[in-house]
Design a protein around this ligand. Structure first.
Ligand code: ZN
Length: 211
């Protein structure tokens, strides 16, 4: 069977490219036409693709994994690859968070951690499964995210590509739990370790939320 990813994944990659390439301030905006030719993120191709993926997200249509990998490779060639991938991860996490019902989001904010934590864990697991093809488990005070088929693996030097998933997990936990604890890349397919795995410490959440 053809490997696929949720269309939100390629969409997040392109939204990040567009965002990073969008000039800030009025002065620079005057040169947008000139920049358009040089900056991928402002090109009509990217605009058209963003519309296409947005439509796919709306219709719940998945994208071939290879298509997402090709996009990640394009980003990987940029000198600012890591910044773009991290922005993409944050975008994906925020959009995925918005698929959690407002009632649940409210519960997560107001309930004590004894109640909110298991709920946040289930949401994290569901989101990682759907949007990252990843597996999430809990070990003590840690949340582990395993991604067997990374889209961004090896697209840039070292483990730069892996920062996409790290950024997604970090932002997701910030939104769901209120924690901004450390996220470590504990295992990497890039080092021949079978798959990529990240470990997030969500112990600090209680302090952050003032509970
Ligand atoms: Zn990795």
């Amino acid at each position: 069977m053809l490997a696929t990813v949720d269309a939100l994944l390629p969409l997040s990659l392109l939204e990040a490219v567009r965002d990073v390439d969008t000039p800030e301030g009025v002065l620079e905006a005057e040169f947008v036409d000139e920049l358009r030719n040089k900056r991928l993120g402002l090109s009509d191709t990217v605009y058209t693709q963003i519309k296409r993926y947005t439509e796919s997200v709306r219709r719940n249509q998945r994208t071939p994994q290879d298509e997402a990998i090709a996009l990640a490779k394009l980003i990987g060639r940029r000198p600012d690859a890591e910044a773009v991938l991290r922005a993409a991860g944050r975008f994906l996490a925020r959009e995925a968070y918005m698929t959690v019902s407002p009632v649940t989001r409210g519960v997560l904010k107001v309930m004590p951690s004894m109640i909110s934590r298991p709920l946040a864990f289930r949401k994290t697991r569901r989101i990682a499964h759907r949007y990252l093809n990843g597996n999430v488990r809990r070990v003590g005070q840690f949340i582990l995210l395993e991604v067997p088929r990374s889209v961004t693996l090896g697209v840039a030097p070292g483990s730069t590509g892996c920062s996409f998933y790290e950024s997604t997990l970090r932002e997701l936990l910030r939104l769901l739990v209120g924690t901004t604890g450390s996220v470590e890349h504990t295992r990497c397919e890039g080092r021949g370790e079978g798959s990529c795995e990240w470990r997030a410490d969500w112990r600090g959440a209680d302090r952050t939320r003032g509970e």
